[in-house]
Design a binder for this molecule. Structure first.
Ligand SMILES: [Fe+2]
Length: 294
């Protein structure tokens, strides 16, 4: 007999956006408290599909924080100068300059990564809410690391399953951001030493293996040559970014995306920064230490 659905739950449906990744949710207004049964379905969908899109939301910072907390405790970003002063859980991503200063992190990473993978306990997921966006470009692209791992040759899977990756925030910051961001303080550097993570991680909610590396934060494989590691990481990420494994979201204001950092990587697509404004609010859900039990 089918499970009985509550009225709130019966109005919720999910539509696949691509075969491997991404679901469009219908019937959920997250400006109001989300009923527990609906949260259970959202969590399950997020674990299985890695990315959930909700259209036509209207969220104050308080409301975005409230729905984010339904997924777990929130991180406060190491770049506290780009967080909302009254709501430090919200990290602003924007190219807008007001009173001579950028109101948010303006160089959203153009390469695939998993947020905060450089922490010992990386983020479980992120919520990204669009306030303003360009008409052309500025998409966020997501790649399924479940699909990427599943499609690798068996010998490559085995090699990766036995290797840790070195994730290094300071290394990446100093090679990528010094032209347009202030240097890190010694205190910021001390908070983010390199960490080791399995290159393949088991998703704790459905047991599926996912590739867990990125060109942004993975400096090398532990014990392997850095240049050789970089070449392999590049090759693997090219493989993961093949169109069949990717969903690219064209933003409208009022869109909210929830993504799972344990099974998806994401990147920002370019847009004409001189002509268009982009203003996004992000919250980041704390996560657990990655493990692999294959
Ligand atoms: Fe990100």
């Amino acid at each position: 007999m089918p499970e009985a659905l509550s009225k709130d739950e019966s109005e919720v449906t999910f539509e696949a956006l691509t075969p491997h990744i991404g679901s469009l949710a219908h019937g959920i207004d997250v400006s109001k408290p989300v009923p527990p049964a609906v949260m259970t379905r959202l969590r399950r969908e997020l674990a299985d599909r890695s990315v959930i899109v909700l259209r036509d939301q209207s969220l104050t910072p308080e409301q975005l924080i409230a729905v984010s907390r339904d997924f777990g405790p929130l991180e406060k970003h190491v770049l506290s100068n780009f967080c909302l002063p009254d709501h430090p859980e919200i990290f602003v991503v924007s190219n807008i300059i007001e009173d001579g200063r950028h109101i948010g992190a303006h160089g959203g990473s153009k390469q695939y990564h998993s947020d905060l993978s450089y922490l010992p306990e990386p983020s479980m997921g992120s919520l990204f809410y669009c306030l303003e966006c360009p008409e052309d470009g500025g998409e966020t692209a997501f790649a399924s690391m479940f699909a990427a791992f599943d499609a690798l040759p068996e010998d490559r899977k085995k090699w990766l399953a036995e290797r840790d990756g070195v994730h290094d925030y300071v290394w990446n910051y100093e090679r990528a951001h010094l032209q347009n961001r202030a240097p890190l303080t010694e205190e910021q550097k001390a908070k983010t030493p390199p960490v080791l993570h399995p290159s393949v991680r088991t998703h704790p909610e459905n047991g599926r293996p996912a590739l867990f590396i990125s060109e942004v934060f993975t400096r090398s494989f532990e014990g392997e040559d850095e240049a050789e590691s970089q070449a392999l990481i590049h090759e693997l990420m090219e493989f993961a970014a093949q169109p069949a494994f990717v969903y690219a979201h064209k933003w409208r204001s009022g869109d909210l995306i929830i993504w799972d950092n344990r099974s998806a990587v994401h990147k920002a697509m370019p847009f004409d920064e001189a002509k268009s404004r982009r203003r996004m609010h992000r919250t980041t859900i704390t996560g657990d230490r990655p493990y692999f039990n294959g």
